[in-house]
Design a protein around this ligand. Structure first.
Ligand code: NAD
Ligand code: UDP
Length: 310
């Protein structure tokens, strides 16, 4: 049995990874400080002998035996990661440093949850892995954007300097069950607002775009990436290339829920990227992977989930 460490395992994506490896009969070590995550996300896994939960902050070093590390610990929602930017930066940079040290000591593979945010407010569209990005190193988002960019640098340094087996996934907006209803991201906000009949909060004019990936597609891509040979480092875009304006997303959700909610415009947060769509040519060619769940279908699963938690 392999020891799989999933940092951020009690969060949205981490909990789906924990589930995947529990089903594979691996030893799953779910490590989380519960900053944005919740034990509710993994309570159904506590019954399994091969599941262990460790309450730990990756800003602090840890010494455990591991074969593979999925480093998913980090608040991912803009309001959450901007609440305590120093914590976010430390999680991104000190956290990955601690995890890379652990990977080096154990000769383990490490997969980093990087992000489309490394492209900033992109001047190239769609975004290819070769694009170096357009970030603001002292903006509201910089703790996250620059933190994740620094983490990628450190991943490469450990690869070149120590031969650590690294893999970098650049994850684009992902949604689905267990995306926290209160964490402020657009899909959870809009669905919960529509279900409650509250106003739908469109930031700016709603013409900005995002490309939404359903969680099962994302996990399938991450797993395929983790199985690539040692020389395969990424970075690799993992996301759904179908692009929607935020207004289109709101209208689709209102229609599906048959809600009376009205769209209201609110101020656009600083540095909010105007458009975002992954070029997934590389993932298609190298992993033989592409998403299969359309937004129309994935939203139904997500709506069902929020109906149960509200
Ligand atoms: P999430 O907030 O649901 O999960 C993050 C988890 O990490 C939470 O359980 C939180 O408690 C834990 N955590 C945060 N800081 C920690 C620390 N210092 N030590 C230990 N645990 C800590 O977010 P998510 O959407 O599941 O995102 C998971 C990872 O994927 C993040 O690294 C995020 O940057 C990345 N990502 C996610 C998306 C997305 O659309 N969901 C997009 C790009 C990148
Ligand atoms: N957004 C919005 N209303 C909300 C939440 C978000 O209009 O209630 C917008 C936000 O300004 C951004 C997009 O939706 O343009 C995606 O936001 P999210 O926080 O989900 O993730 P981001 O891609 O910005 O990190």
């Amino acid at each position: 049995m392999r020891n799989i460490l999933i940092t951020g395992g009690a969060g949205f994506l981490g909990s789906h990874l924990c589930e995947y490896f529990i089903k594979k009969d691996d030893n799953v070590i779910c490590l989380d400080n519960l900053y944005t995550g919740s034990l509710k996300n993994v309570e159904h896994l506590f019954q399994y002998e091969n599941f262990t939960f460790i309450n730990h902050d990756i800003i602090e070093p840890i010494d455990i035996e591991v074969d593979t590390i999925f480093n998913f610990a980090c608040p991912a929602s803009p309001p959450q990661y901007q609440k305590d930017p120093v914590f976010t930066f430390k999680t991104s940079v000190w956290g990955i440093l601690n995890m890379l040290e652990l990977a080096k000591k154990n000769n383990a593979t490490i997969i980093q949850a990087s992000t489309s945010e490394v492209y900033g407010n992109p001047l190239q569209h769609p975004q290819r892995e070769s694009y170096l990005g357009n970030t603001n190193c002292f903006g509201k988002r910089s703790c996250y954007d620059e933190g994740k960019r620094s983490a990628e640098s450190l991943m490469y340094d450990y690869f070149h300097q120590y031969g650590v087996d690294i893999k970098i996934a650049r994850i684009f907006n992902t949604y689905g069950p267990r995306l926290n209803k209160d964490d402020g991201r657009v899909v959870s906000n809009f669905i919960t607002q529509a279900l409650r009949g509250e106003d739908i909060t469109i930031y700016g004019d709603g013409e900005q775009t995002r490309s939404f990936c359903y969680v099962s597609d994302l996990i399938a891509g991450i797993i395929r990436l983790s199985k690539q040979p040692k020389e395969y480092t990424g970075p690799l875009n993992i996301g759904n290339p179908k692009e929607f304006t935020i207004k289109e997303l709101a209208e689709l959700i209102i229609k599906k829920i048959n809600s009376n909610s009205k769209l209201v415009e609110m101020p656009l947060p600083a540095d909010d990227p105007v458009k975002r769509r992954p070029d997934i040519t590389k993932a298609k060619a190298d992993l033989n992977w592409e998403p299969s769940v359309e937004l129309n279908e994935g939203l139904d699963f997500a709506i069902e989930y929020y109906r149960t938690v509200l």
